[in-house]
Write a protein that binds this ligand. Structure first.
Ligand SMILES: NC(=O)c1ccc[n+]([C@@H]2O[C@H](COP(=O)([O-])OP(=O)(O)OC[C@H]3O[C@@H](n4cnc5c(N)ncnc54)[C@H](OP(=O)(O)O)[C@@H]3O)[C@@H](O)[C@H]2O)c1
Length: 390
């Protein structure tokens, strides 16, 4: 196992302390800011003024009746997304009202917008899962936040919650996290992929220091975050990507990088994983399970998280004689506790400066439909879209 600095050593320590509960990524305590300030921007269409209820009674702000948002009125393609004024969120006592600074578009947002992924939503439905913003006000029963705190969330826009692509969002306090000091709004582009990689590898994959992990689609958003997470967890990483992306994967910490299209790929993969693979994570969604199973070490874990429509024809005997397992995982199902654990890891990596999107296209929030179109066309090749509120 490599020496990975304090994060890696701490993970090793955690592995020795594993109890009956899921392991926790050791995290630096992110200092909570005590200052209280009035939200810095006005949003949407202001129609009246009143004092914000909640535990920041000294904070006065205008009551906002309508906000600008990207929303759909029914499931449909990217161009079904409209941009305009919708009723402002009315946060409940356990929610925090956040002035959104930036959001982004993830594959899952397109699945929810199109209706491909069933979840409870109401129309008009504001799209978007992730935000970075500033606390505007705090519900009476919500704790841990104060007006002016910089915050992030990666679990809006499903399960009955409206999305993040709006000037204001009501976020349940237990789904909101402090953004570490000096971290810019571009962080919004790494939240979902990194939390996904963390949960896929560490929670569902139960990756341990010294183990071998194969990451397919390693140059993608989730794949590159998986290299970073696995590297800090002290794992040996075999990254599979396109030839043009191999150097990038190596720069993130992959020990072996393989071009899936190379004629010698199968031989090189077998040689790179000679002692067997402990965790196999395919973010490209190819889901070549026969190959994955053939590579598994005893008690190896295959984590399936992509390839919504793929099917597998697998000789199950090859799996069970190794005590192997195939574990499906969708972050949409993550509990608030799992999301908070992943958030600790995300914040720790943000503080350490280890998370950065490869390329970022910044668009105004009004262009959310274009962001979905770019994502669905497959033209982004590792770039992320940052949608900025006006
Ligand atoms: N289950 C969950 O909770 C969860 C959460 C987040 C994401 N996901 C899913 O995970 C998948 C990845 O998301 P993402 O945001 O990381 O997408 P992405 O950035 O497009 O990553 C996919 C990567 O795989 C590469 N790729 C495609 N075919 C390949 C092949 N044959 N060999 C090697 N690399 C190949 C792509 O390269 P090119 O772009 O150059 O083709 C790209 O780098 C999506 O299907 C998404 O829906 C699931």
């Amino acid at each position: 196992m490599r020496c990975l600095g304090s994060l890696g050593r701490a993970v090793s320590d955690r592995a020795l302390l594993l109890g009956p509960v899921l392991p926790r990524w050791p995290f630096l305590q992110v200092r909570r800011r005590a200052r209280v300030r009035t939200a810095g921007r006005e949003c949407g269409t202001v129609t009246s003024e009143s004092t914000v209820a909640g535990n920041n009674s000294d904070v006065r702000e205008r009551r906002i009746r309508r906000v600008r948002a990207a929303y759909v009125e029914q499931f449909g393609p990217a161009d079904a997304i409209r941009y305009g004024a919708v009723p402002a969120p009315q946060p409940g006592p356990q929610e925090v009202l956040v002035t959104v600074e930036a959001t982004t578009a993830n594959h899952v947002d397109t699945f929810i917008r199109s209706g491909a992924l069933g979840t409870r939503i109401g129309f008009p439905f504001i799209v978007g899962r992730d935000l970075v913003g500033t606390v505007a006000s705090v519900g009476a029963a919500a704790s841990g936040f104060a007006a002016g705190d910089r915050v992030w969330c990666n679990s809006l826009g499903y399960g009955g919650r409206q999305g993040a692509a709006a000037e204001l969002a009501a976020v349940p306090a237990d789904r909101l996290y402090h953004l570490p000091d000096r971290v810019p709004i571009e962080a919004v582009t790494v939240l979902h992929p990194t939390a996904t990689a963390y949960l896929g590898l560490m929670v569902h994959g139960e990756l341990r220091p010294g183990e071998t992990v194969v990451v397919v689609g390693a140059a993608g958003n989730v794949g590159s975050a998986a290299i970073t997470i696995a590297s800090h967890a002290g794992a040996r990483i075999v990254a599979i990507a396109h030839a043009r992306d191999l150097a990038y994967c190596a720069s993130l910490g992959a020990d072996t990088v393989l071009d899936a299209a190379s004629p010698s790929f199968a031989d090189r993969l077998a040689s790179a994983t000679g002692d067997g693979v402990d965790v196999y994570l395919d973010t490209a969604g190819a889901n070549d399970l026969p190959t994955a199973v053939s590579l598994l070490r005893m008690r190896g874990r295959i984590v399936v998280l992509a390839g919504l429509r793929t099917r597998a024809n697998l000789a199950l005997g090859d799996l069970y004689v190794k005590d192997g397992s195939i574990r499906g995982f969708a972050i949409t199902n993550a509990t608030v506790g799992e999301l908070a654990e992943a958030a600790d890891a995300v914040n720790q990596l943000l503080i350490a400066g280890h998370l950065r999107s490869r390329r970022i296209h910044t668009l105004p929030l009004a262009d959310t439909a274009e962001a979905h179109r770019m994502l669905e066309s497959g033209e982004l090749h590792g770039a992320r879209v940052l949608l900025q509120t006006p």
